[in-house]
Design a protein around this ligand. Structure first.
Ligand SMILES: Cc1ncc(COP(=O)(O)O)c(C=O)c1O
Length: 436
């Protein structure tokens, strides 16, 4: 079969494809697999009960169930849900949003493909623009969505701040950000996948000011963040204005299977997203919005985020870090301070093998993680060793899987350092022998 050049965009080598493939095959594997690689949310029994009750309510409510299954929604997405969400956001945060500011997509991932291609590539005046990622590491899922022939991202290295014996934190390096005429939009995930970093209110306000000054939008990826599912462990303010494009999702509340993303933006952008929905998918799924409409109307969506989802992940994160202290005490490991999301970002300084090689060795041992080097889209600076010294580990899997997985990671990393010191010893013995 012969394919057009378009096929290049769907290269089987894509990091996100491999990640999702790993996720799918782990679920059906006959061997025990500790799945610490994907972005699957945790099973939180209380949330499962909520969704079951919500579904029972839909089924008991006249013909709601039949309408949910039997009708296409409008291409902008379910109107009762959009109205309920707009009222909630207005009431709780004072945001001036109405249903015309909201579009539903089949997962927030599909919104990123649309947004990045909208704000990068060739513009009417012949200029070529990029998406600025002010801080890498950034979400692996952004990497391959560009449909232009040229790379779409420009990104910057962070500043690294070493904290206590084990922790470190990335900070936006404002001196290193170049936001010239060739930038069409700025994008950050908050919390950041893969690191669990939450850029501070101050950093976010500086990015807002930069975007406003340059008259370009600031895209905030809130898949794990605010106002829901609220997986943020420190103080952070939810923000929106007409220059912000806020991408939310129902996935990390515990609903990745229904594929529901939510875009909150200026009406002009929402109208384009609506057009893209109609052209590419006819209409976005109706299942998710129907299921969570009532909890959105009542505000319970925010209560659950704050009182169930957030504390659940906070506890799991603390336990995973404790486990790392226990099994990696002798290793030169650092963990990015866990401020949100569902991952830990482990940095093994001067790791003698690449993080990709470590991923392969761990896979053989039945532990799936993600190699760090895939999380630096748009970074064009000369080889930065740090990119190959990190891995992303999800702590949303079962407690046993996380405990066992971390122990096996410790063993493989230890082997790698030991092999290096053994071969260094052998080399110096050989040199000594030659000298004699
Ligand atoms: C940072 C980030 N943004 C967006 C997404 C897309 O999520 P979904 O398409 O399920 O809404 C993910 C998924 O893991 C993510 O980690």
């Amino acid at each position: 079969m012969e394919f057009s050049k378009f096929s290049r965009h769907f290269d089987p080598g894509s990091g996100i494809l491999r990640l999702m493939d790993d996720l799918g095959s782990a679920e059906h594997s006959e061997q025990p697999v500790r799945m610490l690689g994907g972005g699957n949310p945790a099973i939180i029994p209380e949330m499962e009960r909520e969704f079951r009750t919500a579904m029972e309510d839909v089924m008991a409510d006249g013909r709601s169930f039949e309408q949910m299954l039997g009708n296409y929604d409008a291409p902008q997405g379910n109107l009762p849900f959009r109205k309920a969400l707009a009222s909630l956001l207005h009431a709780r945060f004072g945001w001036l949003v109405g249903p015309e500011n909201i579009a539903i997509t089949n997962g927030s991932q599909s919104a990123f493909g649309f947004l990045f291609n909208l704000f990068s590539g060739e513009f009417a005046d012949g200029s070529h623009k990029h998406i600025l990622l002010p801080m890498t590491p950034e979400y692996i899922g952004y990497s391959d969505v560009g449909l232009a022939d040229k790379p779409i991202f420009k990104s910057a290295k962070p500043r690294i701040e070493r904290m206590d014996d084990l922790l470190f934190k990335y900070r936006v390096d404002f001196d290193n950000i170049q936001c010239g005429e060739d930038i069409g939009a700025i994008c950050v995930s908050r919390p950041t996948n893969p690191t669990g970093n939450v850029i501070t209110d101050n950093e976010l306000n500086r990015l807002r000011a930069l975007a406003n000054e340059k008259k370009i939008p600031l895209i905030i990826d809130g898949a794990y963040g605010l106002p829901f599912p609220g997986i943020i462990f420190n103080e952070a303010t939810p923000v929106w204005d007409e220059n912000i494009v806020l991408c939310l999702s129902l996935s990390k509340l515990g609903l990745p299977g229904i594929r529901a993303g939510i875009l909150i933006a200026a009406p002009a952008l929402i109208r384009l997203m609506t057009g893209a929905n109609a052209i590419f998918t006819l209409s976005p799924g109706r299942y998710g919005p129907t299921l969570v409409s009532e909890m959105t109307r009542s505000g319970r969506l925010l209560t659950l985020s704050d009182q169930v989802v957030k504390p659940y992940y906070q506890k799991r994160s603390d336990e995973a870090i404790e486990r790392i202290r226990e099994v990696m005490a002798d290793l030169p490991v650092r963990v990015h301070v866990s401020e949100g999301a569902i991952f830990l970002w482990l940095w093994f300084e001067n790791l003698p093998i690449s993080s990709e090689e470590l991923y392969q060795r761990l896979k053989v041992r039945g532990v799936l993680v993600i190699a760090g080097e895939h999380f630096f889209p748009g970074l064009t600076e000369p080889e930065w060793q740090h990119t190959k010294e990190c891995i992303r580990v999800s702590y949303a899997a079962s407690e046993d899987a996380v405990r066992e997985g971390l122990k096996i990671i410790a063993e493989e990393v230890r082997n790698a350092y030991q092999d290096q010191s053994n071969s260094q010893r052998e080399r110096s013995n050989n040199l000594e022998r030659l000298a004699i």
